[in-house]
Design a protein around this ligand. Structure first.
Ligand code: ATP
Ligand code: MG
Length: 442
């Protein structure tokens, strides 16, 4: 690295072990194994990101990420249980039976002169968005390209000190999320950082520093260009990890929600208070289920978000075309679901059942009809019933209707709230993966 360039980079504040509370006792054994193996092979090895941040906050981290100066191939050579993944962002995954430890090589800014990396490794779109981020760099550069100061703290396995390049320790103490560098530029580089601000502030009960919060409302429309598959990943983290209501409130406050669920937001804007009440009741309920370790599925919340938009669309279709209410709803559900999927790429294994759940609503609103026993046996009955219960809770459906279906279920030979073994087994296996919210419907 040239001297002039080096002078631009910050020197870390090094906080020795006695002066911070992070103890190895709270770090995953597998993460420690990976850190020590890297160190013993002569590489730098740090715990970084959410793991360090959460430990400083006295919380137990969801996962432990590692940063090193070893290149991905060098990491792979050290571990038999290691796989290299990712294109946009290449990483090593070291797999232990139930846990995956992510090991990332320090990233730089892509200045080929400094890092010796190839130009295609760090690709910035003309809009300022970073498309590929595989240019290796120094730890200082790695710190500067992270999003928030609280996420740019490095715990050094060599002497158990914390390296702080950006004032992250003070910000954690002040319970503040502050973006590193110029906020507008950082959001343009990666608009998902706006969603991360909302999510992390909700999850960790941190304030978004005014310098990071203020630009969001006018930059929120950049979310529209984020690849839909990435937004689905963010959706899972926002809404399926036990802080859905707080995330939603943060998204609303920052003007981000409308860019994730435009049709739902249009209902709010039309003064549909039932729609807002239903969403809030469902998010509260989802958080409760997560706390109780009961299965959840992203399909259900999508159904909640899209129910009122589908009803409004169906009403318009029925006015315009001469068709039955049932057919109008079917068309509306298909349209709304496909529009939403273009925004957030909900996989078909969720979108198809979600459509069934919505289409079942009018059938569940009718009581005394024929075929009640058959309906109770329907694959989507349970999720459709759960939506009906929420709708009743906000006064949209008569409580007697829920009683009617309670009774119908108790008469059913095969109780749907007590699934067969296959369902339970699958559920348990899925929940152990890193992906939240992958469990099937209940
Ligand atoms: P969580 O508790 O949800 O895991 P996290 O901050 O650890 O929160 P990860 O997605 O695991 O989130 O990312 C790990 C680290 O990678 C972050 O702490 C941050 O340093 C960095 N990072 C993640 N996403 C971005 C981004 N979009 N821009 C810059 N840095 C990022
Ligand atoms: Mg993490």
């Amino acid at each position: 690295m040239t001297e002039s360039r080096k002078a631009d980079l910050p020197q870390p504040l090094i906080i020795p072990r006695p002066d911070h509370p992070i103890s190895r006792a709270n770090i995953s054994k597998n993460a420690l194994k990976v850190l020590y193996r890297l160190k013993d092979a002569g590489y730098q090895a740090f715990l970084v990101g959410g793991g360090v941040r959460d430990l400083l906050l006295g919380l137990s981290p969801k996962d432990f990420d590692i940063a090193t100066d070893a290149r991905p191939e060098e990491v792979r050579a050290l571990f038999s249980n290691c796989r290299l993944i990712g294109r946009r962002f290449r990483l090593a995954h070291v797999r232990f039976s139930r846990e995956i430890i992510e090991v990332a090589t320090f990233r730089g800014t892509g200045n080929t002169e400094i890092t010796g990396s190839r130009e295609e490794d760090h690709v910035v779109h003309q809009s300022g968005r970073i498309i590929a981020d595989n240019a290796w760099g120094s730890i200082e550069e790695d710190a500067m390209r992270r999003d928030f100061t609280a996420n740019a703290l490095y715990y050094n396995i060599a002497d158990y000190s914390i390296w702080d390049f950006t004032g992250g320790v003070d910000d954690v103490d002040a319970r503040t999320l502050r973006l590193i560098g110029d906020a507008e530029r950082r959001y343009r580089e990666d608009p998902v950082r706006m969603l991360r601000a909302a999510r992390l502030s909700a999850k960790l009960e941190l304030d978004v520093h005014p310098s990071a919060a203020e630009p969001i409302p006018q930059m929120a429309s950049l979310i529209d260009d984020v690849p839909p598959a990435r937004l689905f990943d963010e959706f899972l983290k926002l809404f399926q990890t036990g802080h859905a209501l707080a995330s939603y409130q943060a998204l609303r406050r920052l003007g981000l929600f409308e860019h994730l669920f435009p049709a739902t937001f249009a209902e709010f804007a039309d003064g549909n208070h039932c729609c807002e009440a239903l969403v809030e009741a469902a998010l509260k309920n989802t958080d409760k289920r997560v706390r109780e370790d009961r299965p959840i599925t992203p399909m259900f919340l999508f159904a909640v978000f899209l129910w009122h938009p589908a009803v409004s669309r169906a009403r318009r279709i029925a006015e315009r075309e001469d068709c039955s209410d049932r057919h109008a709803l079917q068309l509306a559900v298909a349209e709304i679901s496909s529009e939403q999927t273009q925004r957030i790429a909900m996989p078909r294994r969720y979108s198809l059942p979600m459509r069934e759940v919505l289409q079942l609503q009018p059938r569940l609103q009718k009581t005394g009809a024929r075929g009640r026993a058959r309906l109770v046996e329907h694959k989507r009955f349970r999720a459709a019933y759960d939506l009906l219960v929420l709708r009743a809770a906000i006064g949209e459906v008569d409580g007697g209707t829920v009683d009617y279906w309670d009774e119908a279920q108790s008469e059913s030979p095969q109780r749907h709230d007590d699934r067969g073994n296959r369902g339970r087994k699958r559920r348990r296996r899925r929940r152990s993966s890193r992906q939240p919210g992958a469990a099937p419907a209940n």
